[in-house]
Design a protein around this ligand. Structure first.
Ligand code: ADP
Length: 347
C-alpha cells in the first residue's frame, strides 16, 4: 500500500520565525547597548543564539512529535484497549516504530486465531448436525412406519418402538457428550482437585459397567492384586469420566468373551500411569493419530452396531490435558489396544 504523505512546512516556518524574531531583537539590543560591533559582542551574540535555538528546537520538536505521536496512540487505543496505552507515551521514534510493529504483529496473530476459531466453529456445527441427523432419521423412520399401519401388528409395534427408543437413547448421549465437550472447549472446566484412591474409583466403574461387559462376555479386571490404596490428586468426577470412557470403549471395541485389564504403575516424578488394555479389534496405524479428534471414528459407515458420538476420546484428552497430564495409545490391529494416562500421586 502506498501512502502519500503531505509535506508540511508549518513546523520549519514557525521554528525559523521564533529564532529570527529572537535574533533580531537580540541583535538590536546588543547594538543599542554596546554601541559597537566588537568580536566580544559577536561571540556573546553567537552563544546566546546558540542556547536559545537549542531550547526552541528541542521544545518544538518534542512538542510537535509528542502531539502527533499522541494522536497515533489515541487512534490505536480507539481500536482496542491496547497495552500501548498503559505505557508512557514516547517521543523516541525507534521505540514507537518497534511498538507499532509489535502491535501490528499481535493484531495479525489475533486475526489468524480468529480465522482458525471460525473455521473450527463451522466444522463443529457441520459435524453436530451430521451426527444428529442419523439417529433422528432412524427414529422418524420407525415412527412413520408405525403410523402407516405397523402399529396394528403387535410384534412389529414392540420391535419398532424399541428401535426408536434406541435412536432416542443415542441422541441423548450425543447431546450429553456435546454438552461436555462444549464446556471443556470453552475452558469452563473447573477442576476440583481432591485426594482419592484410584483403585476404588476404577472398581466402581467396573461395577457400573459390569452389565454392559457381561452382554459381550467381557471380563473387567485388574492385572493383579493391589493390596494398598493408591492415592492420587485430581478431579475425581472427571477422572471417573475418563476411566468410564476408556472402559466403555474397551467393551465396545473388545472381542466377545475378551478381557479388559487395568493396571497401575509408578512413574518417576511422583506420577502414576493407569493403563486400560483390551484384546479387541485394535486400531490400524494410520488411524491412530486422529483418534482424539472430535467426532473422529474409524468406521464411519455407521454399519457397525457399536459406536457413540465420536467424542469419547476427545473428552478424555481434554480432561487429562486440563490436569496437565499425558494420554497415550498403543494398538495392534486385530489384536487389541492400550490407552494409558498419567496422574499425580498424592503425598
Ligand atoms: P466413539 O463414540 O465412536 O466410541 P471415541 O472418541 O470414544 O468415539 O473413539 C473414537 C474411535 O476410536 C472409535 O470410533 C473407535 O474406532 C476407536 N477406538 C476407541 N477405543 C478403541 C478401542 N479400545 N479399541 C479399538 N478402537 C477404539
Amino acid at each position: 500500500m502506498n501512502i502519500k504523505f503531505k509535506k508540511s512546512y508549518r513546523f520549519a516556518v514557525k521554528s525559523a520565525l521564533y529564532i529570527s524574531v529572537f535574533s533580531a531583537v537580540m541583535l538590536s539590543a546588543l547594538l543599542y547597548f554596546t554601541n559597537a560591533f566588537s568580536t566580544g559582542t559577536v561571540l556573546l551574540f553567537f552563544i546566546i543564539l546558540l542556547v536559545f535555538s537549542f531550547f526552541v528546537l528541542q521544545y518544538r520538536v518534542e512538542h510537535f512529535i509528542y502531539r502527533r505521536v499522541k494522536k497515533i496512540y489515541d487512534d490505536i487505543s480507539l481500536l482496542e484497549a491496547s497495552p500501548l496505552r498503559s505505557k508512557r507515551i514516547t517521543t523516541d521514534m525507534a521505540t514507537l516504530t518497534r511498538e507499532l510493529e509489535k502491535f501490528a504483529r499481535d493484531k495479525k496473530m489475533e486475526i489468524e486465531a480468529l480465522k482458525i476459531k471460525e473455521e473450527y466453529r463451522r466444522e463443529f456445527l457441520g459435524n453436530v448436525s451430521h451426527e444428529l441427523k442419523t439417529p433422528l432419521f432412524t427414529v422418524q423412520g420407525y415412527l412413520l412406519t408405525l403410523l402407516d399401519g405397523a402399529m396394528n401388528d403387535k410384534t412389529l409395534r414392540k420391535k419398532y418402538l424399541q428401535r426408536a427408543e434406541k435412536g432416542v437413547e443415542r441422541l441423548t448421549y450425543i447431546v450429553q457428550d456435546l454438552d461436555m465437550i462444549t464446556k471443556l472447549e470453552v475452558g469452563d472446566l473447573n477442576l476440583h482437585f481432591t485426594k482419592f484412591n484410584i483403585l476404588e474409583l476404577i472398581q466402581s466403574v467396573f461395577d457400573l459397567l459390569e452389565m454392559k461387559a457381561d452382554k459381550k462376555g467381557i471380563m473387567l479386571m485388574f492385572d493383579g492384586k493391589y493390596l494398598r490404596p493408591i492415592m492420587v490428586y485430581a478431579d475425581q468426577e472427571k477422572i471417573q469420566q475418563v476411566v468410564t470412557n476408556l472402559i466403555v470403549n474397551s467393551i465396545k471395541y473388545g472381542k466377545e468373551n475378551g478381557t479388559t485389564e487395568v493396571s497401575i504403575e509408578d512413574l518417576v516424578n511422583n506420577k502414576i500411569i493407569v493403563r486400560v488394555k483390551d484384546n479387541g479389534e485394535g486400531i490400524e496405524k494410520k488411524n491412530i493419530p486422529r483418534l482424539f479428534e472430535r467426532f473422529y471414528r474409524v468406521d464411519k459407515s455407521g454399519a457397525r452396531t457399536e459406536g457413540g458420538s465420536g467424542l469419547g476420546l476427545s473428552i478424555v484428552k481434554h480432561i487429562i490435558e486440563a490436569h496437565d497430564e499425558k494420554i497415550y495409545v498403543e494398538s495392534t490391529f486385530k489384536q487389541g489396544s492400550e490407552f494409558s494416562f498419567t496422574l499425580e500421586k498424592s503425598k
